[in-house]
Design a protein around this ligand. Structure first.
Ligand SMILES: Nc1ncnc2c1ncn2[C@@H]1O[C@H](COP(=O)(O)OP(=O)(O)O)[C@@H](O)[C@H]1O
Ligand SMILES: [Mg+2]
Length: 363
């Protein structure tokens, strides 16, 4: 496996690089080395143990909506495990940041979001259910030409006890996407944690914004009133167009319920997203219209052509360097030969001198 020069992205714990794995380009996730150095005693071991747990969890998952785990590679230099997986084009976060609403139309968004709900339904159908725990646009990856969407990053995922809410002493994850029960001390949660995060993903996908919640209380005159989770994100929901509101408002509300038991299940979300998608498709829009595909394809082809040119240029430089090395080799060879010839002359002269000396002694 060879690391190319391409960095695909970085998160809080790891950097993901492009690698050439026997001729197939894949993605390889490696812990930040700086994190390992900065830890208190035992901290680095804990980080590595968590990373190994992530590899183990991920290795058991198989679904079209989950980035495919391929294997673990032991890095010879650092002796650290590297997680190798299928390579995707970009994260939903980067795609939203780099595209306008016109460039990322609603029917494609519905297609992307439906695939996320299917991945969630798969994770939650495990026995015991697997809670992703850090669902955000950073951990949803896309292939841009096809809009194929997959969930990744199982660093915080946990199997939960289905008969009770899981307890943990502390909780990590993307704060803006976390439900209230996860932020309590101690946190108690189940798979509805992911449903809440998904509601925030819907807001983010529709608005191209990061939906940081407002404060939990607000003054109404003299009175301090508690706001629910949906109200805390009202600023973003107000950005929905009439059509977005009509199609997505009820999904968002059903995900952002304060109480986990009131939220939709992931299986229900799949049905809801399917319905939204079919409404959009019946208006003659297909998930990835051919014109759009063509444009993206030619952009990709152009990208490949440019990469080819860079490779060709590099090849040329290598060829030139090879020639210089060859010339240097020839010069060294010539010098070697000249030295050898001089050696022969010296040896012959020494032999002649010895002969002369001998003759002098005899005479
Ligand atoms: N398979 C992949 N293909 C392409 N890019 C990826 C892939 N996996 C991760 N990335 C990029 O790397 C970033 C960090 O990866 P992630 O696994 O989320 O690390 P962390 O656990 O530190 O958050 C992602 O947000 C994404 O931009
Ligand atoms: Mg991540």
């Amino acid at each position: 496996m060879v690391f190319t020069d391409v960095e695909l992205g970085r998160g809080a714990d790891a950097t993901v690089y492009e690698v050439d794995w026997n001729g197939t380009f894949c993605a390889a996730k490696r812990l930040h080395e700086i994190l390992l150095k900065d830890q208190a005693p035992g901290g680095a071991e804990k980080l590595i143990k968590n990373f190994e747990a992530e590899c183990l969890t991920w290795s058991k998952l198989r679904h079209p909506g989950v980035v495919q785990f391929l294997g673990v590679h032991m890095d010879r230099g650092s002796r650290l495990p590297v997680l190798v997986m299928e390579k995707m084009d970009t994260s939903l976060r980067a795609y939203l940041d780099n595209h306008s609403k016109e460039e990322f139309p609603l029917h494609q968004k519905a297609f992307v979001l439906r695939q996320v709900t299917q991945a969630l339904a798969y994770l939650h159908s495990q026995n015991p259910p697997l809670v992703h725990h850090d669902l955000s646009p950073n951990n949803v990856l896309l292939n841009v030409v096809s809009c194929v969407t997959k969930v990744s990053d199982f660093g915080l995922s946990r199997a939960i006890n289905p008969s009770a809410l899981t307890r943990r002493t502390s909780i990590k994850g993307t704060q803006a996407f976390m439900p209230p029960e996860a932020l309590h001390n101690p946190p108690r949660y189940n798979e509805k944690l992911d449903v809440f995060s998904f509601g925030n993903i819907v807001i983010s996908t529709l608005t191209h914004e990061w939906p940081s919640p407002g404060p939990p209380n607000q003054y109404h005159g003299e009175r301090l009133v508690a706001l629910n989770e949906l109200q805390r994100r009202e600023l973003y929901v107000l950005l929905f167009t009439a059509k977005e509101k009509q199609l997505f408002q009820s999904v968002v509300s059903s995900c952002l319920e304060n109480r986990p038991d009131k939220r939709s299940s992931s299986v229900m979300l799949v049905q809801k997203l399917r319905r939204i998608e079919s409404t959009l498709l019946s208006r003659g829009q297909v998930a990835a219209p051919i014109q759009h595909l063509r444009q993206q394809l030619s952009a990709k082809e152009e990208e490949c052509r440019q990469k080819d040119e860079v490779i060709k240029e590099k090849d040329e430089v290598i060829k030139e360097k090879d020639e210089v090395i060859k010339e240097n080799d020839a010069v060294i060879k010539e010098k070697d030969e000249a030295l050898q010839a001089k050696d022969i002359v010296i040896t012959t002269m020494q032999a002649d001198m010895q002969q002369l000396r001998r003759q002098n002694r005899v005479s």
